[in-house]
Write a protein that binds this ligand. Sequence first.
Ligand code: GUN
Length: 216
Amino acid sequence: MSSTIDSSLAPLTPSFSPTTPHPESSTTQSILQHLNLQPHPEGGYFVETDRDPLRVPNTFAPNPSSKSVETRSASTTIFYYLTPTSPLGHFHRNKARTVHTLHKGRGRYVLIHADEVKGGYDEWTNLAGKARVETFVVGQDVQAGERLQWVVEGGKYKASFLLPDEKDGESSDGLLISETVVPGFEFEDHDFLEQERFETLVTPEQAKEMEWMVRK
Ligand code: GUN
């Protein structure tokens, strides 16, 4: 089967999933402990390592469902870690842009550029499968096109999943990255992609290939 998203890459299927148990290696367990990583609501693990004390004005459109804070931290940084037992970061978006830096492991990113389509940021607009979908591999093999750094602009839906450490292998000690959010992370700037909206953004074929990355 070829991918409905990017014909130069393999179809989007999980390499690690709860139905095919992959025990955490001692390396993975040690990294979780030493970095004090906690489960993230998106999947995977995280810890906030920096929050700039400088406050900057909040220029994002107010969120109707919560009382908006007038300012943001200038930036925040986290470690984010996908492991064989928590190998998937479900589709979500942030209003702020995020700079990602790889430390270890391999993974695949999938972006749905809902914000590029007129009305794409609105909750109730049906985009009739017109949103552009982008996918790329992050890893150390820069000669093969794997990325060491990647930036996701605000308003894009993003999902990520763990790939084996070696291209032909099956095991992984996890994908460890840093994410710097500018301006800094606040939960009110974050939301998950819901199944109903997902189905309006992409084609039915793309939805079939990607729906396992939508939080249920
Ligand atoms: N708290 C929960 N999730 C996040 C996140 O993604 N970034 C930061 N900085 N804090 C969080």
